[in-house]
Design a protein. Structure first.
Length: 152
């Protein structure tokens, strides 16, 4: 890399995560304005939207209900499961945008920078999460069986 030189060509990739649709519109408008209002003679700019996903809907009465059921399953096993919004770019955003109650970021607990070499997983969280989800799914199955029986 050379210092204090102007390259003949430059590119930048930007990954933007949005909390809601209006924020996405604002960000698109700001990027468009930056591209259109290029103030460097002899330079041009353009932007290409490579991927767009809807924002995750973090809370709704249906989501809150499912979260409460999962938290209760964890509590019965002696684990605490906290609901938080991560701001990630989950595939769950697609089901969430359709109004399907969607829980996300329920994998192993760990830390540092996601998807980087320094990322780590706390091994005990694997057992806790698996047990809580197993109890949660078993409980959902019981509810489904009771619901079907009451309909028959």
């Amino acid at each position: 890399m050379r210092i204090n030189t102007v390259p003949a060509h430059a590119e930048i990739d930007v990954d933007v995560r949005i909390p809601d649709a209006s924020a996405g519109e604002e960000i698109h408008a700001a990027i468009e304005a930056a591209v259109v209002n290029n103030h460097v003679d002899g330079c041009s700019a353009r932007w290409i939207l490579l991927n767009e996903r809807p924002p995750m809907v973090p809370q709704s009465p249906d989501v809150d209900s499912v979260v409460a059921q999962l938290q209760e399953a964890a509590r019965q096993l002696g684990y605490h499961l906290e609901a938080t919004a991560t701001g990630g770019g989950s595939d769950g955003a697609f089901t969430s945008a359709l109004g399907v109650p969607t829980l996300d970021a329920l994998g192993a607990v760990g830390g540092w920078l996601p998807h980087k070499q320094e990322e780590f997983v706390t091994q005990s969280s694997l057992v806790e999460r698996a047990a809580a989800f197993g109890a949660f799914w078993l409980d959902l199955g019981k509810v489904e069986c009771r619901t079907r029986a009451s309909r028959d």
